[in-house]
Design a protein around this ligand. Structure first.
Ligand code: PLP
Length: 408
C-alpha cells in the first residue's frame, strides 16, 4: 500500500511537471519531494557520499527481493530457465540507453571488473605504454602496475591543475604525454576525486586517429550525465550501476567496440567458440542474479524521473551548496563550475584542516557522511556527492556545517 502511494505520488509529480524544461524541473521541490520519498534512507544521517555507492529506491529493493525469493524456489531450475534468460532483456535495455549494440555490452558486477578485464586482457608488449592521469582510480593502477612488473609495459601518469583551466587543457595534456609507444589511454569520464568531467569524446577520437586504444572509466557518468556512446566514441567503457543508476549493489556493464572483442582476453578462460562473443566476460561461474534482474526496475525508475531532469537536479544541488560556500573564508572549492566540467560531484577543502579531520568532524558533530580524497603532493579534499533524495534543507545543513567549521 505504502509503495503504491509513493509511486502514485511520483507519477502525479511527473505529470505535474507539464512542459517544464529540465532546468526548471531541477528546482521543482514538489517533484523532488516525491522522488525523495521513493528512498528508504536514514534521514538522520546525511549521506553525501553517493559517489561510492548509491542506495536503491524501495521499488528496486523489492524487485531484488522478489528475484531472490524466486531463486530460492529451486535455484538451478529457476535461475537457469527463468532468471538468466531474462538478463538478455537487461542487456538490450542498457545497450539502448548507452547507444550501442547489445552484442557489445557485457553484464558485470561493477566498473572494476570491466576495467581490469580490459587492462589485463589487451595484448601489450614490453615497452608498450599506457597513458593515464594521477587522478584515475587507484585500483586500475594496480592492474597496470602488475603488467609493468610482469611484462614490462610502461605506465605513464600525468598530473593536471585542479581545477583545470578548461577541457582543452586536459586534452592537450593527454596528447603531450602520448608518444610513439603509447598503445592505450585510460581516462575517467568523471574523476573519483573532484568529479572533473573529461572531454572524453575529443580524447577518444584523437586516440583512434593515432591508433591508440581508449579505455573510459565510466564509474560516475552512466545515469548521471546525459550522453550516448557516439558522443564519447571510446573503444572500451565500464560502469557501475550501483552508483548513479541506483541499481542493486554488484551490478555494472562493460562496453567494447564490436571489432575489438576477439582481441581482448577474458580474465577467466572460455571455449574458443566464444572468442568474439561479448558474453565471454560474464563467464565467472555460479553467481547471484537477483540483483542483476532488478536492474530493469532501476532503469524504469531512472527513465521515469527523466535522465536530463536528474542530471540537472544533481547539478542544481551541487551549485546550491557551492554557491553558499563560495567566498566563505578558508573554504576552497576544488572543482570548476562550468557544465562541461562538473555536474553533481563537488569537492572542497578548508585551509588549516586536514581532509581526514574534516570528514570526521562532519560525521561526528553534524552527522554528515562524505568521502576524503587525498592526492599526495597535489591536494586533499572532501568529495561531496548528494543524490536526488537530498532536500534543499539537507544541502543547506551541509553548507552551514562547513561554514561553522571554517569559522572555527
Ligand atoms: C572513477 C572510479 N572508477 C572505478 C571505481 C570502482 O567502482 P566499483 O568499486 O563499483 O567497481 C570507482 C569507485 O568509486 C570510481 O570512483
Amino acid at each position: 500500500m505504502t509503495r503504491r502511494l509513493v509511486l502514485g505520488a511520483l507519477a502525479a509529480a511527473v505529470r505535474n511537471l507539464q512542459g517544464q524544461t529540465a532546468t526548471e524541473a531541477a528546482a521543482n521541490e514538489d517533484f523532488w519531494f516525491a522522488a525523495r520519498m521513493a528512498f528508504t534512507v536514514d534521514r538522520n544521517l546525511l549521506n553525501f557520499n553517493n559517489g561510492s555507492v548509491c542506495p536503491a529506491p524501495k521499488v528496486v529493493q523489492e524487485a531484488m527481493e522478489r528475484y531472490w525469493t524466486v531463486t530460492n524456489l529451486s535455484p538451478s531450475h529457476y535461475v537457469d530457465e527463468l532468471l538468466l534468460p531474462e538478463t538478455e532483456v537487461i542487456r538490450e535495455e542498457l545497450a539502448r540507453e548507452f547507444g550501442c549494440s547489445p552484442e557489445e555490452l557485457a553484464l558485470t558486477r561493477n566498473t572494476s571488473e570491466g576495467l581490469h578485464a580490459v587492462i589485463l586482457g589487451l595484448d601489450l608488449k614490453p615497452g608498450d605504454e599506457v597513458v593515464t592521469t594521477t587522478q584515475d582510480y587507484p585500483s586500475m593502477f594496480s592492474s597496470l602496475d602488475q603488467r609493468a612488473e610482469r611484462e614490462g609495459i610502461v605506465v605513464k601518469k600525468f598530473a593536471y591543475p585542479t581545477p583545470p583551466k578548461d577541457p582543452q587543457q586536459l586534452f592537450d595534456l593527454f596528447f603531450a604525454n602520448v608518444g610513439p609507444k603509447t598503445r592505450a589511454i585510460l581516462v575517467s569520464h568523471m574523476t573519483f576525486t573532484t568529479g572533473q568531467i573529461f572531454p572524453v569524446g575529443a580524447i577518444c577520437r584523437e586516440a583512434r586517429r593515432r591508433g591508440i586504444y581508449s579505455i573510459v572509466d565510466g564509474a560516475h557518468s552512466f545515469a548521471h550525465l546525459v550522453f550516448r556512446r557516439d558522443d564519447i566514441d571510446c573503444d572500451f567503457y565500464s560502469t557501475s550501476l550501483h552508483k548513479w543508476l541506483t541499481a542493486p549493489v554488484g551490478t555494472g556493464f562493460l562496453y567494447m567496440r564490436r571489432e575489438l572483442i576477439p582481441r581482448v582476453w577474458p580474465l577467466l578462460g572460455v571455449p574458443a567458440a566464444m572468442k568474439a562473443n561479448i558474453r565471454k566476460f560474464e563467464s565467472i561461474g555460479t553467481a547471484p542474479v537477483a540483483m542483476r534482474n532488478a536492474v530493469a526496475d532501476a532503469l524504469a525508475f531512472h527513465r521515469g524521473l527523466g535522465a536530463l531532469r536528474k542530471q540537472e537536479r544533481l547539478r542544481y544541488l551541487r551549485r546550491r551548496w557551492e554557491g553558499a560556500l563560495r567566498g566563505v573564508d578558508r573554504v576552497k572549492l576544488l572543482n570548476a563550475d562550468s557544465p562541461e566540467q562538473s555536474c553533481g560531484i563537488g569537492a572542497l577543502g578548508v585551509d588549516g584542516i586536514r581532509a581526514e579531520q574534516l570528514t570526521a568532524t562532519l560525521l561526528n558533530k553534524f552527522k554528515i557522511h562524505v568521502r576524503t580524497r587525498v592526492m599526495p603532493g597535489e591536494f586533499e579534499c572532501i568529495r561531496v556527492t548528494p543524490n536526488i533524495y537530498a532536500s534543499l534543507e539537507d544541502v543547506d545543513r551541509f553548507s552551514r556545517a562547513i561554514t561553522t567549521i571554517a569559522r572555527g
